[in-house]
Design a protein around this ligand. Structure first.
Ligand SMILES: NC(=O)c1ccc[n+]([C@@H]2O[C@H](COP(=O)([O-])OP(=O)(O)OC[C@H]3O[C@@H](n4cnc5c(N)ncnc54)[C@H](OP(=O)(O)O)[C@@H]3O)[C@@H](O)[C@H]2O)c1
Length: 328
């Protein structure tokens, strides 16, 4: 099968297309023919061994994914495709079923086929959804769901989503509305319409206004793009408020510290734990018309280097996908 492989950590140029062995599913596994797969910030960070996030993150990344070189040569976690070979032990999915989901840190989705255990985070695709859209659901959707649940977000609470136009941000705005919160979204001028269309109650253009200076306070501040900080935000948190982080080792330390001291908390728990039920939850929201995946650009598999360069600009809107199979 065709796959995108990498043999050493580094920039997008370490990625190349190669013919590799098609995975052989075990009795408990499902073989999926991939039609579309997302290129995420997590793919890019893993490919370069988290070098931008500091020495500790880099060492941890190499410990997990391979000290000298990557153990798993194929990246890609979020995908949509069709069941090629169902598991021999469960009947949940049949040949040809349209499925989507996330392989998590097993990766392997930037390829024509991936084999996943039956317990994996896979669900039938929402009715009427394209492979491209379905591949764009899980990255931001699962991450935002995990974060908002960690914060215990409740109906009537006020949340500010910073970086509301990214993969996690676009999901965060929509899911926070589902939780019944009053949502203030922060994005750049070019993304105001997009974020408003996702249901934000108030939108702030960060190029025009600094939300930390407008006197408003929130129960939760969700830094969905990892570019703000607890120290700059804390004055905008209500007493007992929570700063939800998506990046940065310092936030792991602050999570521990603020769990014992002070009335405002930082929450950044890694690794996130997503479940199959979470994927089904997103599918059901989509079918009820309450959630949509935002697709920015789609590239053919051969243009994975260009796609990765674009993701690394940190300016994508929602998600970037690779079309793996032309039928997708
Ligand atoms: N995606 C994942 O699975 C995952 C998992 C774990 C952690 N993370 C971390 O979570 C963070 C977000 O990931 P993501 O994939 O959701 O991000 P993303 O899609 O790459 O975010 C890009 C978006 O953020 C906006 N943006 C850029 N700079 C901004 C700023 N200074 N203030 C506000 N908005 C800004 C961009 O629009 P403008 O430039 O026009 O503002 C763009 O729409 C990253 O730090 C990532 O490493 C991601």
């Amino acid at each position: 099968m065709r796959a995108v492989v990498y043999d050493r950590y580094g920039p997008p140029e370490v990625l190349r297309i190669k013919e590799v062995e098609r995975p052989v599913p075990g009795d408990d596994e499902i073989l999926i023919r991939i039609h579309s797969a997302a290129v995420t910030r997590a793919d890019c960070a893993t490919r370069e061994a988290n070098r931008r996030s500091g020495l500790f993150a880099m060492l941890l990344s190499r410990l997990v994914f391979g000290i000298r070189r990557p153990k798993q040569r194929i990246l890609g976690s979020e995908f949509a495709g069709q069941v090629e070979t169902p598991s021999k032990t469960v009947t949940e999915f049949g040949v040809g079923d349209h499925v989507f989901g996330s392989s998590g840190f097993r990766f392997g989705a930037h390829a024509e086929f991936v084999a996943l255990p039956r317990s994996a985070r896979i669900a039938h695709m929402p009715i009427g959804m394209s492979f491209e859209e379905a591949a764009s659901v899980s990255d931001g959707g699962l991450n935002a769901l995990w974060c908002l649940r960690q914060a215990g977000l409740r109906a009537g609470q006020a949340i500010l989503v910073y970086g509301a136009s990214g993969a996690i941000g676009t999901a965060g705005v929509q899911l926070a509305k589902q939780f019944g919160a009053d949502v203030t979204a922060v994005c750049s001028t070019r993304n105001l319409d997009l974020v408003t269309s996702l249901g934000a109650d108030q939108v702030i253009d960060y190029t025009q206004e600094d939300f930390t200076r407008n006197g408003e306070t929130y129960d939760v501040i969700f830094d969905a793009v990892g570019k703000h900080s607890f120290s700059r935000c804390r004055g905008s948190l209500k007493s007992g408020g929570i700063y939800l982080a998506t990046d940065g080792f310092r936030n792991v330390v602050l999570t521990l510290w603020t769990s014992r001291f002070g009335d405002k908390k930082v929450i950044f728990r890694i690794p996130p734990r997503y479940t199959k039920q979470d994927v089904i939850f997103l599918k059901e929201l989509i079918e009820m018309g309450r959630y949509r995946a935002v697709v920015d650009r789609s590239y053919p598999l051969d243009e994975v280097v260009e796609a990765s360069r674009y993701v690394e600009t940190e300016h994508k809107r929602g998600n970037v996908v690779l079309t793996v199979d032309r039928a997708g």
